[in-house]
Design a protein around this ligand. Structure first.
Ligand SMILES: *[C@@H]1O[C@H](CO)[C@@H](O)[C@H](O)[C@H]1NC(C)=O
Ligand SMILES: *[C@@H]1O[C@H](CO)[C@@H](O)[C@H](O)[C@H]1NC(C)=O
Ligand SMILES: *[C@@H]1O[C@H](CO)[C@@H](O)[C@H](O)[C@H]1NC(C)=O
Ligand SMILES: *[C@@H]1O[C@H](CO)[C@@H](O)[C@H](O)[C@H]1NC(C)=O
Ligand SMILES: *[C@@H]1O[C@H](CO)[C@@H](O)[C@H](O)[C@H]1NC(C)=O
Ligand SMILES: *[C@@H]1O[C@H](CO)[C@@H](O)[C@H](O)[C@H]1NC(C)=O
Ligand SMILES: *[C@@H]1O[C@H](CO)[C@@H](O)[C@H](O)[C@H]1NC(C)=O
Ligand SMILES: *[C@@H]1O[C@H](CO)[C@@H](O)[C@H](O)[C@H]1NC(C)=O
Length: 341
């Protein structure tokens, strides 16, 4: 259990459960196998805790999906008042400022407390976070095998992180996100489709060595199931130049420029390029025979190819050589050869 002040251990009857199990285990001590199994259960039960996520939102951190009792409070100032509760909009029998509710499996809930006339006083969204479960219930891994992909189009301190929702999780929501570097919070804005974030690190200096990494935390939920994801990275490791746009300056001679979004001056932020000539009208990802590839630091190229082809170029930061940008392309027809057929 972490101890960063963000988490609060609230009263749960887990330790009462524990006592019961201790007694049971003593009785069964003779059977070693049963004893070992019960001890494992006991340790799991002991690791239940309630974690504060943000105002009105808490997560029950569980390592198994048994039933846990959680104590909820409507509010300090409502002591002694007549208070009624609802769980997800439906009345429950528990009353009073403090109530104990049973949380089974992933069935958390939105607990609202009311005056006798039904006026809303307060609420607690109680989520369940199965900590030792394999991740992937709410989000799915993308092609790079990560749940969260982050890229930067330049060294201006701006970056974008994105994720993919499991398609069956339709009660999805982003609960919390935070990007920090050297204890400073980075300003991030959630994209309108809630599948990405755009962040700007105002303290980032493109001209100096980047010594501390960015820590990014994302909490998502589907209904009441909470999932936590983290990524740690440096801007220089995620920088991915945009697509280059190609101009044909002569037959078979092409020219391009660094993407407009790329950092200036070019002398300080050099790019290297990969050039690819793909026969016929295949896409730039085509990998058949007769594909020609070359690397260049120049921004022009003369193609020697007799038939119709697609000319492709992509850029990479020459100094870090980490991530290739997407292919820019130009289709080159050869009328002579088409008419020969
Ligand atoms: C409402 O409930 C939350 C717990 O979800 C608690 O932190 C907060 O203090 C309560 N607000 C008031 C006004 O009592
Ligand atoms: C929980 O209930 C409160 C009070 O009705 C409401 O403002 C909030 O949006 C609800 N949250 C969810 C996730 O249902
Ligand atoms: C990290 O923050 C501390 C305190 O704010 C500061 O003194 C230090 O220079 C920072 N380090 C970097 C690498 O930015
Ligand atoms: C954070 O970024 C958004 C969007 O760029 C901007 O509107 C907002 O003012 C920024 N907030 C702070 C505290 O810098
Ligand atoms: C950033 O994340 C790494 C690994 O996830 C962790 O070891 C480190 O303590 C974190 N740093 C901060 C400042 O939270
Ligand atoms: C090549 O393919 C593109 C789409 O990928 C299409 O727009 C274009 O017309 C094609 N050119 C020829 C000569 O087939
Ligand atoms: C690769 O490009 C360079 C110029 O950038 C050129 O000199 C060289 O001949 C090219 N190699 C091939 C195999 O086309
Ligand atoms: C591009 O420049 C880098 C650094 O100056 C050099 O190491 C590399 O060989 C060059 N690549 C080509 C294809 O000229």
């Amino acid at each position: 259990m972490r101890n960063d002040g963000n988490e609060t251990q609230m009263s749960s009857t887990a330790h009462e459960r524990e006592k019961e199990r201790v007694t049971t285990t003593q009785v069964l001590k003779m059977n070693k196998i049963v004893y070992v199994i019960l001890q494992a259960v006991l340790q799991l039960a002991g690791s239940t805790s309630l974690r504060f996520i943000k105002p009105n939102v808490v997560a029950l951190e569980v390592s198994d999906l048994s039933s846990f009792d959680v104590l909820l409070q409507c509010g300090e100032q409502y002591k002694g008042e007549q208070i009624y509760w609802e769980r997800n909009g439906e009345s429950i029998s528990e009353t009073g400022n403090h109530i104990t509710v049973a949380i089974d499996g992933l069935h958390g809930g939105n607990f609202t407390c009311h005056r006798p006339n039904r006026d809303l006083l307060n609420y607690t969204l109680l989520l369940v976070h199965p900590v030792e479960f394999p991740k992937g219930g709410v989000l799915i891994r993308s092609i790079d095998k990560e749940f969260i992909s982050c890229t930067a189009r330049s060294y201006n301190g701006q970056f974008h992180c994105s994720w993919k929702w499991h398609q069956e999780r339709i009660q999805r929501a982003v609960v919390y996100f935070k990007a920090i570097r050297n204890s400073s919070i980075i300003n991030c804005t959630l994209d309108s489709d809630i599948s990405g974030l755009t962040c700007i690190d105002k303290d980032y200096c493109p001209y100096s060595e980047e010594s501390r990494s960015i820590n990014f935390t994302l909490l998502v939920r589907n209904l009441y199931r909470l999932e936590e994801h983290q990524r740690t990275f440096l801007i220089r490791d995620i920088v991915k130049p945009d697509k280059v746009s190609i101009t044909k300056i002569q037959d078979d001679v092409f020219e391009w420029h660094p993407p407009e979004t790329w950092s200036v001056p070019c002398s300080f932020f050099p790019l290297s390029y990969e050039v690819k000539v793909v026969p016929n009208n295949h896409s730039c990802d085509y990998t058949g025979s007769r594909v020609k590839e070359n690397k260049t630091n120049e921004s022009h190229y003369k193609v020697k190819f007799k038939k119709a082809y697609t000319f492709c170029v992509r850029a990479q930061d020459l100094l870090t050589k980490k991530v290739w940008g997407d292919w820019g392309h130009h289709h080159q027809r050869k009328h002579r050869h088409i008419s020969e057929k």
